[in-house]
Design a protein around this ligand. Sequence first.
Ligand code: SF4
Length: 594
Amino acid sequence: MREKIQSLCDGLVTEDVQSECAYFAQVYEKSLEVLSAAQRIGQGRQLSAKLLCNLIKAGFEATKIALIPPAADEVRIFDISVGRLPDIDILFAIGVHDGVWPARDSGTGILSAAEQDVLRGLGLDLGGYDLAEEKMKVYTALTQPKERLYISYNAQTGQPSVVADRIQRLFPLIKKTKVPAAAATGLFEDVLGELAQVLRGKEADADLAGVCAHFLADPQWRKQTRAILLRTNAALTLPEDTARRLCGVMRCSPTRIENFYRCPFKHFIDYGIKAQVLRDYEYDRLDIGTYLHLALDIFTQSLITEKKDLKELSAEQTQCRMQAAAHLAAQQHDNGKLLADERFALIHKQLVRELADTALRIRVHFLGSEASLHASEVAFEYVVDAQGCSTVITGKIDRIDTAGGYFRVVDYKSSAAKFDPDAFAAGTALQLPVYIDAARRLPAQQGLSPAGGYYVRIGEKYHDSAVKAQREGRMNGLSLADTKVLCAFSSVQEGGSFSAIDQSLKKSGELHGRGAAKFFTANELYALLCTAQRMIASAAVQIYSGVTDINPAGSEACKMCDYAGICQINPEYEGNAYRVPERFEKAQLRREGA
Ligand code: SF4
């Protein structure tokens, strides 16, 4: 059959359809390759029509056809990974960027290296990345032109490939020329950017006038450019009644207030118009976070209810109790999905390991101290009043511990979290002060004074060395500057470090100055809680007044934001400034707490 087709094809080849013949010959070859790959995959079992169809579709999608310039004096555009390059006079190699020339390994897709090994072991041909082959493609392409070779890259979009540097070193006399970005790309946006800079006082690039003259040939350009360059991008303040209707009576967690301080415009989109970013369904971190919190709650509650002291449990007993709690939580969480669906078996195993490690770490926080578990998952709500803008602050404190007439609040985090005083001053780290304040108001805490608030990271130990793991496993947060109280909550190791918190004592027994920014006297702590309240009140007043400014707390705030395409933030525009928050001033607290 194959020979028959081949002889038929041979009979059809004439000079005027040579390039089509070459093209269809490749199509034919590639089709056979795809079909035989599908056959290899299905070997020994019956494939459903749908699976077979999907396999063939995937094969064709991955297939590339090389196009050969059939005649002289032609301009051809091709990708070096598929092009065969006979008889080239001049080659313009464009986009000669790092990771492209030669191409970088684009990853293994959905298969891990171990899974690939298993599949290869079963005889499947998975293809694969070959750096030597990539280098050969580059070499072949760059050595083809008979007369000239031009190499170019856009310095604004990435680093040049090492190829450019090597060629320059081989031929030091080669002239390197730089083309202004706007002229190089010819992009409308680049020219606008340049013009905007000139309007703000920057000296115009020598080529800008020429490039503008080119654009001016388009009658629409002047109109469009004027409209864009002379506009502002400031967000409008909502009319107060609209803002109030959007907010209702604000009942929110400290996270919402932090979000407002992070960016009022993002806050408006999230909580005002309640936009939802479309996401694919997946068993994401939010679900996992809920499961981990539930397991830790069951673990802590059972100890409190049974009046068991965590310090008196052995490491093995602690692990066993946590594993049992993790199993119970898996049954209760999301209709037992973690147990019922075998796709989650691996992840579940990993989570149980992380929980067991976390429980061991929590046990270490208590060993040798007077502290005991007091409460778990404590719901709270209190009202913050500000110029008629009442706000109900609600939330749940993961854990409260007590020792010697004091309490500390603990919040579990799946990622590393630290109390940063400057972030507090910026309004983006209010959680711990709010939780301490909330716990202080709870009837069960009456008669107890706050000793601090801390984050505990959930997860496996992060270091091989036991000493490092212990150091990194300590809680991080803010503390009452009272050695006696802190020693009641945590044992102190040789060298002066606390076992439970990332603070230490000097040889003299005083608190070490390293962590001074996170130590507060009782008065300072009280002033800190009052400051947090004032910040909540101020945010509430602004939210109720319709403030929706595009004014994020530094460019960091925009990095994880989904709405850059909506707000179109550009600090060059009026009304789009990054906020530079004031730094934390302890002296101010001292004055207020006095
Ligand atoms: S991208 Fe930045 S400015 Fe725009 S909404 Fe997000 S945080 Fe605010």
